[in-house]
Design a protein around this ligand. Structure first.
Ligand code: LLP
Length: 421
């Protein structure tokens, strides 16, 4: 459930008409709903009720500070994957002891930043990285809390570009080598081993792969404890999928995911951490765009819109489906017609949908891409010197621009010309 609904034929974000935002900020833009963000966080928080836990929002999904603050206010921690994300979380007021640091290539500088500013734990992804964290911690005279991310060799059954839990993927250390790696970690004076981390992929629409992986983590917990390690925290990653096609998808709910977590790991008495990104932000955001031209092609009509692949890259990059709706609800009985919905960027990959049924549309009409809150704005670029589009946050009947559209001058003046030119 989200808070983007039609009222009297007009699409609203909570209590604000989308057309009003479009008139104020111009198109295209992203708009997020506070109530939806907080509701999705709470679904996870409630699903783990009764176990010691922390929901660390994977801020790579949507990292505007206003979104981070909105979630932090209701108790979220953050999962970060770069020094930049760490700084952003801190800037949004998230305390270091609620920030976990994931990612395969943390540099010594990033590790130093986090150890200086405070960190809940590093999720270590390789032995060389473990050595560097140890060295930096010793140099700073602190002890770094760590988990080791294990790769359970489980098929997440999702798009190949976002599956991370098979042995051929670059993530984590093979679970078969855990014993050795934990022994090494325990011998390093700058580290304190506190738990195990696992994340097998994103947009999982079945609980079975999670369950397989978590059972392996349960066995590993027992084994590592027997080997003398004080395993007390399990970070289970993110990955629970969302319905991108409303009409026919029903992925498992957070409450079902939580029940499975309790069933597979509850008996271990560990603190549970999860890192959901997409499920919190995905259906809490829309990308709103305007039709520039309706062009009749050979046997098909194109809707040429002002949003493009640089603004929302998921269809071009993962063949992702986003439901697209008209901001003005079609009247009952209006015959839909098929359109190819495309942006103005100069490549055929700049196609959002082919032969998608829409109500008849004309130049100037607004359309909205659903499920665009996660991996939308954060993956955008200025390809074709198209400015990053604004982000807007709605809260009840209020809205605020939370990232301005940059001017062309700002973009162009970022270049510097060498003296020889
Ligand atoms: N934790 C770790 C270590 C991750 O790598 C990820 C996502 C998450 C948590 C959050 O996963 P989520 O709950 O959002 O599924 N750009 C792609 C998705 C990339 C996901 C990368 N890692 C897309 O647009 O589909």
């Amino acid at each position: 459930m989200d808070h983007f609904l039609y009222r009297d034929g007009a699409l609203f974000a909570e209590d604000v008409p989308i057309s009003e935002i479009a008139a104020a900020v111009g198109t295209p833009f992203y708009v997020y709903s506070t109530a939806t963000l907080q509701r999705h966080f709470k679904l996870f928080d409630d699903a783990l009720e009764g176990t010691d836990h922390l929901v660390c929002y994977a801020m790579k999904a949507a990292s505007n500070q206003a979104i981070l603050k909105t979630l932090a206010q209701v108790g979220a921690g953050m999962d970060v994957v770069s020094g930049g994300e760490y700084m952003r979380a801190k800037a949004a007021g998230v305390p270091g002891d609620k920030i976990v640091f994931s990612g395969v290539g943390k540099t010594a500088d990033e590790i130093r930043t986090a150890l200086t500013g405070g960190i809940r734990q590093f999720n270590v992804e390789s032995e060389p990285e473990m050595e560097v964290i140890n060295a930096v911690a010793q140099e700073l005279g602190v002890i770094a809390p760590i988990t080791v991310r294990v790769n359970p060799d489980v098929d997440a059954k999702t798009h190949a570009k976002i599956a991370t839990g098979k042995s051929e993927n670059k993530f984590g250390i093979p679970i078969s080598r855990a014993s050795e790696v934990y022994a090494r970690a325990a011998s390093l004076p700058g580290l304190e081993v506190i738990g195990i981390d696992v994340h097998i992929g994103s947009q999982l629409t079945d609980l079975a792969p999670f369950e397989l992986a978590y059972n392996k983590v349960a066995d590993l917990t027992a084994q590592l404890r027997a080997e003398g390690h004080n395993i007390r925290r399990l970070d289970l990653g993110g990955g629970l999928g969302i319905p991108y096609t409303r009409s026919n998808e029903a992925p498992p709910l957070p409450v079902e995911y939580g029940a499975m977590v309790k069933k597979t790991l509850g008996h271990l008495g560990c603190e549970i951490e999860i890192e959901p990104g997409r499920l919190i932000a995905g259906n809490a955001g829309l990308m709103v765009s305007k039709v520039i031209y309706v062009k009749s092609g050979e046997g098909r009509d194109f809707l040429i819109i002002d949003g493009a692949m640089n603004d929302l890259i998921r269809p071009a990059m993962y063949e992702a489906h986003h439901d697209i709706i008209a901001v003005q609800e079609p009247e009952a009985g209006v015959e839909p017609q098929p359109y190819d919905i495309v942006g103005p960027v100069c490549e055929s990959g700049d196609t959002f949908a082919k032969q998608r049924n829409m109500p008849p549309l004309q130049s100037g009409d607004l359309i909205a891409f659903r499920s665009a809150g996660a991996y939308g704005a954060v993956m955008s670029s200025e390809y074709n010197t198209r400015p990053l589009i604004p982000e807007v946050l709605v809260n009840g009947d209020q809205f605020a621009v939370i990232r301005e559209r940059p001017s062309f001058d700002e973009i162009i003046n970022r270049d510097t010309i060498p003296t020889w030119l």
